[in-house]
Design a protein around this ligand. Structure first.
Ligand code: PLP
Length: 249
């Protein structure tokens, strides 16, 4: 009958669109719940969808649901996606969150709005030189190394003040705050311990640079702890897109 085929039709429509929509709604409500617990407005937290290894179509599907900010780690993969989605309105905001080599700064300066992973002056200087004078300043966070994991990048807390002063003087960058990828912890209190350390470092930095307003911290597994400790920008991949199958090298 007509109503049976209508029911089948809408089931098919729902199952083809429900995953991104359901995941995005779930993350938004997790952000809202953490914000209430932290007594903060939920619009003080920007959700960056980490789209590394995901095709442009998956990014477009989230953008259709109102997601604006996307994070990428791998330059070559990112540039193609940024170009193929460049005509979207409203325009998407691109965050570079991968490790930056100094010989690869130019495409970052040319194609991204934000860089979260500046941990050396040389990188910052090149980004500033390569940023077009016609574009808005590149928005920058300094990546801080918390804990002492050999594989993690970042400036040490002791070296942070000197790097901050030097980067703040560069003309084509706007320094916004701090980013960290702390050691993975399963326990929420242990997660909060690391995020509290980054928050405290930002408090200290703000004494000299009161315009700093960004704490880039929190991922799929620890975003609630990060928001409870003052995160203003969370970077979420697997919880939005599902497990990553491969990662390009
Ligand atoms: C991949 C990545 C993320 C997202 O991690 P998920 O656990 O998938 O949410 C966040 N930040 C950085 C720097 C990443 O490389």
């Amino acid at each position: 009958s007509g109503s049976a085929s209508m029911a089948r039709y809408s089931m098919a429509t729902v199952s083809s669109t429900s995953d991104p929509a359901r995941r995005l709604a779930a993350i938004r409500s997790q952000i809202a719940a953490a914000a209430i617990q932290a007594e903060r407005p939920s619009d003080s937290i920007t959700l960056v969808a980490v789209s590394k290894t995901q095709p442009a179509a998956a990014i477009a599907a989230l953008a259709d649901l109102g997601q604006r900010d996307f994070g990428e780690n791998y330059l070559q993969e990112a540039i193609g996606k940024i170009q193929s989605l460049a005509d979207r309105s409203p325009r998407l905001v691109w965050h570079f969150i991968g490790q930056l080599q100094s010989n690869k700064t130019r495409p970052v300066a040319e194609h991204f709005d934000w860089v979260h992973t500046v941990d050396r002056y040389k990188i910052a200087e090149r980004l500033s030189q390569q940023r077009s004078p016609h574009a808005p300043p590149l928005q920058v966070c300094l990546q801080v190394k918390l804990g002492d994991e050999a594989t993690k990048a970042g400036v040490t807390p002791a070296e942070l003040p000197a790097l901050l002063r030097a980067v703040a003087a560069l003309p084509r960058l706007q320094i916004r705050g701090l980013m960290a990828l702390p050691p993975a912890e399963r326990d929420e209190n242990a997660q909060r311990h690391w995020f509290a350390e980054l928050r405290q470092l930002l408090v200290t930095c703000r004494q000299e640079f009161p315009g700093l307003d960004t704490l880039s911290m929190g991922m799929s597994a620890d975003l609630t702890a990060a928001i409870l400790e003052g995160s203003t920008l969370i970077r979420v991949g697997t919880a939005l897109f599902g497990e990553r199958l491969q990662s390009p090298s």
